[in-house]
Design a protein around this ligand. Structure first.
Ligand SMILES: [Zn+2]
Length: 247
């Protein structure tokens, strides 16, 4: 699915005449959330923030089930980086949307806008309408991996030691986090659906190769990560900018 993952320029600024009502809506939602928290209830419902607990992640979703899955996906990403000794120190907001903004490409399942530290994912209902993802049938377990992928982008952005990481560097890390935390049986299905030997070395991973087939890039990057001598040391090298950086 071309354009499955989208990391592009921030969307165009909201038109001025819409900004004020939007801010009012946000303020009202925040107030509602505070009141519900005071009342000891977990907020849920249209547009209300859902606190992921144990993680500095807040999800805004019309569906409580979607918010719970987004939190689970986010926690998986946080746990993956924690296993590397890398903590997520900055808050992350996730928005569950019925459709992706046109400016980000309507076909994407998720996006991370680095300048705003915002993650967006499709609603499960809308995502499921695609039928398959990575050539396997979509269910809620797979849906969580969408959030994992985008939150992995968010956490990785805190730990890159290069000013402008390459697309292949960002995607390598996000896909490794995605597949490392994916349900084992689903991961096996994905690997079977994308036969390959994995990238031989860093030279084989380029922006062009990624854009040509983002999903295949992801699976082959994960296989590269699994090869002896790669693994977490390679991942750290990507973050350090000593591999997969601009020549
Ligand atoms: Zn990505």
């Amino acid at each position: 699915m071309g354009g499955a993952w989208i990391e592009r320029a921030p969307p165009r600024p909201m038109r001025r005449n819409r900004a004020f009502p939007h801010l009012l809506a946000v303020a009202a939602a925040c107030l509602a959330a505070v009141l519900l928290l005071i009342a000891g209830r977990q907020p849920s419902g249209a547009g209300e923030p859902y606190d992921c607990r144990a993680a500095r992640v807040v999800v805004v979703s019309a569906s409580r089930a979607d918010a719970i899955d987004a939190c689970a996906g986010a926690r998986a990403a946080i746990g993956f980086f924690r296993s590397l000794g890398l903590e997520s120190r900055r808050p992350i907001s996730i928005e569950v949307l019925a459709r992706m903004p046109e400016s980000l490409g309507a076909s994407g399942a998720g996006a991370f806008i680095e300048s705003e530290r915002r993650v967006m994912v499709l609603s499960y209902e809308r995502f499921k309408a695609n039928g398959t993802w990575f050539r396997i049938r979509i269910d809620r377990r797979l849906y969580r991996s969408v959030a994992t992928h985008e939150v992995a982008h968010a956490i990785a952005s805190e730990h890159f030691r290069v000013a402008v990481p390459t697309i292949e560097a960002k995607e390598y890390i996000a896909y490794v986090a995605t597949f490392s935390t994916m349900d084992e049986s689903q991961r096996s299905q994905v690997l079977a659906a994308f036969p390959g030997e994995g990238f031989d070395d860093a030279c084989r991973m380029s922006t062009t190769i990624y854009l040509f087939d983002p999903m295949r890039f992801g699976v082959e990057a994960y296989r590269h990560y699994l090869k002896p001598g790669n693994g977490n040391p390679f991942l750290r090298a990507v973050l350090a900018g000593t591999v997969l950086a601009e020549p």
